[in-house]
Structure formats: C-alpha cells, structure tokens
Design a protein around this ligand. Sequence first.
Ligand code: ADP
Length: 455
Amino acid sequence: SEQNFDVVIIGSGGAGFSAAITAKNAGASVVIIEKMPTVGGNSLITGGQMNVPGSWVQKKMGIEDSIELFVKDTLKGGDYEGDPEMVQILAEQALPAAEWLRDYIKVDFYQDQLFQFGGHSVKRALIPRNHTGAEWISKFMAKTDELQIPIHTRTTATALIKDQSGRVIGVEAEKNGQKITYYAKRGVIIATGGFGANVEMRTKYAPELDNRYGTTNARGIMGDGIVMAEKLNAQTHNMKSIQTYPICHIDSGAISLIADSRFFGALLVNKEGHRFVEELERRDVISSAILAQTGKQTYVLWGNEIEKIAKVVSVHKDEFEELNRKGMMFKADSIEELAGKFGIDEKALMAQVERVNQFAKAGEDKEFNHRGGLKTIMEPPFYMLVAKPSVHHTMGGLMTDTHTRVLDTQGKVIAGLFAAGEVTGMTHGSNRLGGNAITDITVFGRIAGREAAAE
Ligand code: ADP
C-alpha cells in the first residue's frame, strides 16, 4: 500500500518525537514509523537527565554556568573530536529546548535538584520526574495524541527512496510481511538511534566490543538508519567511538539507575576493598579501570547520608528488589556484613571507608580528587551492589550540517534527507558526557522537524 505525508520520521525515540511535534506545529502532515511494538527506544530506558547551562533550576540553586563552559566541557570530554559548530548549537539551544519540554510538552522536571555527571564542571543536568525517560516519552505520547500525529508501530523502514534527481522522496517499509511505501513531500527524518545492540556492526568498528559485552540498549537499536543512508552514499563519522556505561547489571547488561548514588558520593571499590578510580571520571576511563580489576567487576557502596539526598533506592524500588533477589545488591546495617556478602576484603574496605570519611570531613579527597566532593559513609543502612561495564552509546553516525541535512561522501547535502539523535555522529566526539544525549536529541530533533517542514 501507499501512504502520503509531508514529513516521514523513522524512529520514535526522543529525536523522532521532537522532530515530529515540531514539524507538525510548522504546518506539515507527519507520520512516525517505529519497528518495535512499543515506542521510546533507548530514550525510554535512560535516566532521562538533560544538561542545560543557565537553567531555571541552576538559577534557583545559585549555580553559575554558561554556554561557553558547557561547550568547553563537552568538547574536552570528547577529546576535541566533536564538531565545534554543532556543539555550539547544542549549548545555545539547550535552554529553549528544555523550556519547550517543560512548558509545551509538560515534562515534569524536579525544581530543586540537579545531577552532575562525569566530565561536567558544575551541576547542570535537569532531572525528570522519577529519574527516567518514561516521564518524557509518556508526555510526548500525550502530545502526539493531542496533535493527532499517527505512530505506526511494528513498521520497519527498510530503504530510502529517491527520485531521478537524487532527492529522497520516501521510505520503503514492512509491516507483518506487507510492503508499505511512505511518500514524503518535504522530507524524511532518520531518528533510528545508534547501533549498540548490533554486535556484528559494532565489532566491525570496535573489534573488542564483541558478545562478551552486554548492552544497555533497547532491542531495536541496530544501526538501520546508518545502513539505509549509506546506500545513498551518506558519509559516516567517528564510527569507532563506542561508549560503554561503567555501572551495569552483571547478568543482563542493563544500565543500573539505582547506582546513580555515584553522582552523590557513592564509592567504587574492588574485591580487595580499595577505590581505584575517581567516581566522577569519564565513562570510558571508569569502564577500563573496572575491567582491570579482579573479576572485571566493581562494587558500589553508599550509606544513609548519600541515600537521603540521592533517594535512589526509594525511586528505583523495582531495581533493588530484582538485584536483591539475584544476590547482586544488598542493604545492611554494617559495612562488614556487605563485605561478607560479596567476599570483599573486610579489613581493607573498613580502612578505605575510614579514609573516605576523613577526606569528606576535611573537604578534600587526597586519593582521587573527587570533583563532586566525597560524603561520609557512617550512617546505616548501607548499600552495595556489584556492577560491570556494558555497551551503551555509539558516538559515531551520519554526518549532518547545522540544518541537520544529511551529507554525502562528497560533503554535499542529500536533498530531502535529515537526521537527528544518536544516529548522527556530530556532537559527542570520542566520548559522550552523561546527560548530553537528551540535550542533543531534543535540540537537533527540533531543528530537523523545523527544517524538513520548511522544505
Ligand atoms: P534517539 O535517542 O536518537 O531518539 P532512540 O534509541 O531513543 O534514539 O530511538 C530510536 C527508535 O528508532 C527506536 O524506538 C527503534 O526501535 C527505532 N528504529 C530503529 N530502526 C528502525 C527502522 N528500521 N524502522 C523503524 N524504526 C526503527
């Protein structure tokens, strides 16, 4: 069968939704096609924090920040391999994007709390209600309902269609074995996410990331958009830069949100009872440090002082229960008991915690110079979980210009084709900083929607 729209969006993560809603508001008829039975992709299963320099929460908390500082942190965090012009747009458009999410999409952000992810100079990540992407995907759904934007699930885009001039005019798709052709009068937006769940594709670029690694990714994240665009000669960039997330479940590879206590001072220790890395280091640095420890695992430890602020155990109750049942996380009245549960050197761990308590009181971490400041771990209950790194984010992807138009291998625009979100490879360089993906997909999703509608 055949369907006709102004703008066709492939993928229903944060980038796809941002693009669809923006294009619709610019007067275009739009459709979202999604290969999975449910929407949201990786965007649904993240913690959902979003970096915004100069946000209303920073102002309220008296935190000084600037567009320049955010640009500096982001470029440095990606080893200066990110595109400076795109990072500048990311930083400048972060606040308007966040205000749009708050005021128009009705995303509920906490008003008095921020996250400071690794590599950031200040606390600048807004936190959505319940600390998960479900908050904004559910609000995106409500908005697409209100705007009557159709979402065709279980519909897999298989190829891009171009006319004789080389302009992209639509998408071939498949639903239950049936072919559907979607024609796009103004443009096609690729928002299919990265390729972290595609072992074959990721080992092509990073051979060491084979199936010994789990992934935090949703099942549909297979690099389809990159493959389809490459058939039209699209240029990719930075494909070898694939990020592992350091703190994941040792069985499923899923990201551990309960271990976000780390951003509030939780320690990472090894089997020998020692810290071995600054807990707020970049993800790649922490991951490789963990892989160098006994059993290629780490243990995350915190006490009630941290829990009172981070509230991770109360927010992520289901995760606690699951990990506890599997013997991967425990709550106890003494640190000795936790050391016993995991077979960690008890004496060394107690001495380590004692040092941390001294550093916390003195306001100086003499071991690893913890940039967020250490907290004491003295007050029960104490918590500990075991974790290991798993494949998380693919920094590389399609090259686009500042209008999110996809570029070919000659550096020329492929007419009618746009891309936004993890499928692109422009902003994060060799290493994405935590909280930058949500900013990226919202900012560039909105630009893609506006630009495609204006074609
Ligand atoms: P982003 O963060 O860039 O928005 P996500 O991972 O959140 O990316 O979302 C990408 C979505 O695209 C996922 O829901 C995924 O299932 C969907 N998707 C991937 N490939 C295809 C395809 N070939 N056809 C339709 N949808 C796809």
